[in-house]
Design a protein around this ligand. Structure first.
Ligand SMILES: Cc1cc2nc3c(=O)[nH]c(=O)nc-3n(C[C@H](O)[C@H](O)[C@H](O)COP(=O)(O)OP(=O)(O)OC[C@H]3O[C@@H](n4cnc5c(N)ncnc54)[C@H](O)[C@@H]3O)c2cc1C
Length: 405
């Protein structure tokens, strides 16, 4: 077997691709595995631009993959980090109801969280909320002590190290540009020339649908990029926040609403909102990619989604344009936060999968086709769940690729 011939090619060096690569080399060391990452560094997109929260598994409808993967994933992740000395902090989180009409939704979240195995949840009133988060305001809140913060880039680098030590090849600066099927092998076209594999696992994040199409697969959905914009809180005001302070989310939307997030480096962020991005890796308001934007706006599922959610979309866009509106949302959780407290803006871009009927996929979507597995939707809590998602993918690979230990 030459350098360019592999048993399994993984597309994408984000946290899901790397967790899967690590697990494959641990469970099936006889197989040659390569990860192709288009950028010169790993984990710089969703993984490197996320909120860094180890979710406890509160929000997710029972029976969904998010519900099944999140709390066990968090537990496995903490064990992994403990063994390798990767820092994390279980700072806890409050989800706050501010109006009477949010209270039934908060009660519902409490039931869901308990059913999903999120440990230690407590329903608290204003007094206990003040003890936990002295600067937050609300009528009632869920306290989740089992929610934490971490640097998912560091976790991804640890997965990559174990993968390489297990004999895997990680090729950065190697975008997949096309796939040709020939003689029972998949020929992956890259700037390094052709690299072949018997099987492909597509973990390309914001480009997972494009990679599926390169393989002749109709994914039945389109990834639409949504930019999540946030502000950092000035360092001298970071002490307003002890941990994580969230609102009650709108159950129809896959986003959690603007919130306060303590980061593992001690800084605090406020946000994110969710606005349509005009490029899949469009981290700035001015980012624009003509062909990607054209593909989004002419996709029938996007048009149906836009008709359903135009009001929410308009509100989010308005909040993106007006810092004062952003501030007002934050003040519902923390009345004393002021315009002067909001410093450096930043953003992440999420890969939001939308089906042909205009539905926003809320759950993970992992499908298999001939010689391939495609991760077509890996929203939050994908990073928290990376070790359970990788276990799920490797189990599919074992059966459908016929892997033998
Ligand atoms: C704003 C935001 C906040 C979030 N907050 C949290 C959180 O607090 N907690 C949590 O658990 N989850 C969170 N998530 C979700 C989490 O970040 C994702 O579930 C996770 O990062 C997905 O990982 P991935 O490997 O699938 O994608 P990515 O990290 O996007 O990686 C995909 C990789 O594929 C590469 N690639 C793409 N196309 C090609 C190609 N053709 N050839 C080669 N390589 C290619 C890309 O360069 C990229 O490195 C958040 C997500 C966002 C966007």
């Amino acid at each position: 077997m030459s350098f360019q011939d592999y048993d399994i090619g993984i597309i994408g060096g984000g946290i899901i691709g790397l967790a899967t690569a690590m697990r494959l080399t641990q469970e099936y060391p006889a197989y040659k595995v390569v990860v192709l990452e288009k950028d010169s560094e790993i984990a710089t997109h969703q993984t490197g631009h996320n909120s860094g929260v180890m979710h406890a598994g509160i929000y997710y409808a029972p029976g969904t993959q998010k519900a099944n993967f999140c709390s066990t994933g968090g537990q496995l992740l903490r064990e992994f980090c403990d063994e390798r000395g990767i820092e994390y902090e279980m700072c806890g989180k409050v989800i706050i109801a501010n109006t009477e009409e949010e209270i039934p939704r908060l009660d519902d979240l409490f039931q869901r969280g308990t059913a999903n195995g999120a440990m230690g949840l407590e329903m608290v009133g204003p007094e206990r909320l003040r003890e936990l988060e002295p600067h937050a305001a609300g009528l009632k809140a869920i306290w989740s002590p089992n929610t934490g913060i971490i640097d998912f880039m560091k976790v991804s680098h640890a997965y990559a190290t174990e993968f390489r030590e297990g004999g895997g090849d990680l090729l950065t600066g190697t975008p997949l540009r096309g796939v040709v099927r020939r003689d029972n092998r998949l020929y992956m076209e890259t700037p390094r020339g052709e690299i072949t594999a018997k099987h492909i696992i597509n973990c390309a994040g914001l480009y997972a649908d494009s990679v599926a199409r390169m393989m002749g697969v109709d994914p039945g959905l389109r990834i639409v990029p949504f930019r999540g914009e946030y502000f950092s809180i000035k360092p001298e005001r970071a002490n307003l926040v002890n941990g994580l302070i969230y609102p009650v989310p709108n159950p129809a939307m896959p986003f959690l609403g603007v919130h306060f997030t303590k980061r593992i480096n001690g800084s605090v962020e406020a946000g994110p909102n969710a606005v349509l991005a005009f490029a899949r890796e469009g981290y700035k308001k001015t980012s624009f990619n003509m062909s990607e934007t054209f593909a989004t706006i002419t996709y029938p599922g996007f048009l149906k989604m836009a008709m359903k959610y135009w009001k929410t979309g308009f509100d989010e866009q308005w909040r993106s344009m007006r810092k004062s509106v952003f501030l007002k949302s934050l003040q519902t959780l923390m009345p004393e936060i002021q315009m002067d407290d909001l410093a450096e803006p930043g953003a992440g871009v999420r890969a939001q999968s939308i089906d042909r009927n205009g539905n926003l996929l809320q759950d993970f979507a992992i499908s298999q086709t001939e010689n391939a597995i495609h991760v077509l939707s890996a929203p939050s809590p994908g990073a928290t769940s990376s070790l359970t998602i990788s276990r799920y993918i490797v189990d599919i690979a074992k059966n459908s690729f016929g892997l033998a230990a």
